[in-house]
Write a protein that binds this ligand. Structure first.
Ligand code: AMP
Length: 369
């Protein structure tokens, strides 16, 4: 074994399955995560091709190519796949039929199993429980009639969540007592749901973990998250966490990644409680709570994900600074002028033309002295 850091490997020593510089990564989804992945890929000499149904995606400004087409357009999907060397994604709700087609043409990383599990909150909870990890108590609520029974078992307060397509607190309703259960179910728009017991947590943290094609795992320092109205507002590193909990978080994340034979970056959201860490959810992609790594580490989560999916060795994710990441949401954009003048503040804007309430427009990483 050489003592040389992995980043000093000459290209000829890259693993046999590694894609050479100049290869093209296909990214499903053209939002800010696709944009920041494309920037990181370009730094490594890679090109990105974005597949996105919406017009003028944020990633389109910085990528090599963009296909604007629906996930049901199989001709467009085939042409996209044939033009790239590997496919990854920036969101988990990709239609199954599109994935079925794409995987016959190019490798999809992270793989289908991670997507299958994270697309459905019930499947995800069952998977985590079977791994021996702690989750909030939960019950399947396939229809309104099942809610009474679930509530009797779990107790109030509880949170009803749609099994699929929920994000940023959307598709969730809190139930404080049995009387507001029918209204909560109406919020689910008829879709199957899951009832979760309310976790009385001390804090919320997340761990951004990466696994390479050869099975190496690397984790970033856990960050402490503050949410408002279900949307992430800030992530602070280091998290106020005893060293033993930090280790728990790393071991837990590695267990999840290894169980899935995962390749890429994953965000694991955790509740910190006096009894230990409870897994809230897993996201098989780069994650908002990992944006601090852009200014707190030599190799950020975006580059780490790119490295993993192209079969390169994972990079050095050691934290070299204390960072507070603040999301700029909706009208927060009015403060950009002021933030641009702040010392120690690194501004990341997503190039979205229209400001809307609740819309993530950018973020700022503040380096703490
Ligand atoms: P989620 O979309 O599941 O990540 O939920 C968004 C936020 O709602 C979480 O980050 C928590 O702040 C809160 N939350 C979700 N589920 C629970 C739960 N079972 N107990 C307490 N708070 C929760």
């Amino acid at each position: 074994m050489s003592d040389a850091p992995v980043t000093d490997l000459p290209l000829t020593d890259l693993p046999v399955n590694a894609l050479p510089a100049g290869s093209t990564i296909g990214i499903l989804g053209g939002g800010q995560l696709g944009r920041m992945l494309s920037i990181a890929a370009a730094r490594l000499g890679m090109r990105c091709h974005i597949f996105e149904p919406g017009a003028n995606p944020p990633a389109g400004d910085v990528a090599h190519a963009v296909t604007t087409a629906a996930y049901e357009d199989h001709a467009a999907l085939s042409a996209f796949a044939r033009s790239v060397d590997v496919i990854t994604y920036e969101f988990e709700n990709i239609p199954t039929a599109a994935l079925d087609l794409l995987e016959t043409l190019r490798p999809i990383r992270p793989g289908r199993e991670a997507l299958r599990i994270s697309q459905d909150r019930l499947t995800e909870k069952d998977f985590l429980r079977d791994l021996g990890l702690m989750t909030a108590p939960y019950a399947d609520v396939p229809n309104a009639a099942a809610l009474d029974e679930a509530l009797a078992r779990i107790g109030a307060p509880a949170i009803l969540k749609t099994r699929r397509f929920g994000y940023d607190g959307k598709g969730q309703a809190r139930i404080n007592n049995a009387a507001n259960a029918p209204a909560a179910f109406a919020d689910m728009a008829g879709g199957p749901a899951i009832l979760e017991g309310f976790v009385d947590f001390t804090s919320e943290i997340s761990i951004i973990a990466a696994r390479s094609l050869d099975g190496s795992v690397a984790c970033y320092d856990p960050g402490e998250n503050v949410h408002k109205d279900g949307i992430l507002r800030t992530t602070t590193v280091p998290a106020a966490l005893p060293a033993a909990r930090r280790t728990d978080a790393v071991l837990l994340a590695a267990k999840v990644l290894n169980a899935l034979d995962y390749v890429g970056v994953m965000g694991v959201e955790l509740f910190v409680t006096p009894k230990g860490l409870i897994v809230n959810e897993i996201a098989p992609r780069v994650h908002n709570s990992g944006h601090w790594t852009q200014n707190g580490c030599s190799v950020d989560q975006f580059e780490q994900h790119v490295r993993a999916v192209i079969g390169w060795p994972l990079g050095d994710g050691q934290r070299h600074a204390d960072v507070v990441m603040e999301n700029l949401i909706g009208d927060d954009m009015a403060r950009v002028d002021q933030i641009a003048r702040e010392s120690g503040a690194a501004l990341h804007l997503y190039g979205k033309a229209e400001v809307k309430p609740g819309r993530k427009m950018g973020h700022v990483n503040r380096i703490r002295a």
